[in-house]
Design a protein around this ligand. Sequence first.
Ligand SMILES: Nc1ncnc2c1ncn2[C@@H]1O[C@H](COP(=O)(O)OP(=O)(O)OP(=O)(O)O)[C@@H](O)[C@H]1O
Length: 325
Amino acid sequence: MSEAESESRAGREEVWIEKYRPQTLDDVMGHENIVGRLKSYVSRNDLSHMLFSGPAGTGKTTCATAIARELYGDDWREHFLELNASDERGIDVVRDRIKNFARTSFGGVEYRIIFLDEADALTSDAQSALRRTMEQFSNNVRFILSCNYSSQIIDPIQSRCAVFRFSPLADDAVAEEIRNIAAEEDIELTEDGLDALVYAADGDMRKAINGLQAASVSGDTVDESAVYAITSTARPEEIRTMVQSALDGDFTASRATLDRLLTEEGIAGGDIIDQLHRSIWEFDIGDDAAVRVLERIGETDYRITRGANERVQLEAMLASLAQDE
Ligand SMILES: Nc1ncnc2c1ncn2[C@@H]1O[C@H](COP(=O)(O)OP(=O)(O)OP(=O)(O)O)[C@@H](O)[C@H]1O
């Protein structure tokens, strides 16, 4: 495909995560337990306030909109308000919008739904205010709060909500969805390309679908190389080589691999740590070495998230593994 063709193809296409967002609860992949519970709420038309917690791209927003579609049919948007709690305009704006939505008259439905994304971005004080707002309007509004970490949500809100814990999606659920989309879009997806997408996504369906769409822009065939380049993910074998060299006492070789990942492939230090952490038990290094590496990963991750220099921390980690040899 010529450059001009691929550009126009990219421009024409809608965003696949929206195009393929499941419309009904039955279309949601994985989460059988959660979907079963949600369907029984919908069939009784009896929603409680709900808290959806779990990692990004696993279907929290999707389940909330699917519930609204099933309850309200084509008019669902009139009865569903989506807000983001981390909106820079602050909790007051969020509260005003909630009040306006809850107060406006509406025909034919018993209650409307407010979906509040990133609820864990609210301070405890803001959550207390939100709790009062939830109580004030509980006659005609049901809240669905979404967050990554339920531990960041104050107890008085948690105890008023039915809590649903979304886990990272299983690899086979991600693979099935990606295969379906590739078939629908007439993309030739190689087996190693599919494996790479599933690996890079690590249970995040949004990441997998976005990766497929981005990789397909540069050609009709999506293979492993296209996926790793586009998703800024190191190949698992590169991570393995880097750690194995360090464990063998060859710091220079280990550092050279790290350098290639950071500089040539542009992978973020935090992502390298995440990949290392995920794959540690796949290395053939024995339990003792794995425990040592895990300890170092923990320290390095902590320092990087506290703002320390990624390269310095990663090199220090590899150096300490090489020294232990
Ligand atoms: N369980 C799933 N089944 C099918 N598709 C899914 C599923 N989860 C996510 N997706 C796809 O990924 C996209 C993003 O998912 P969604 O918006 O529901 O994520 P989320 O859990 O709300 O994430 P965040 O915490 O970042 O808001 C959806 O548009 C959909 O295409």
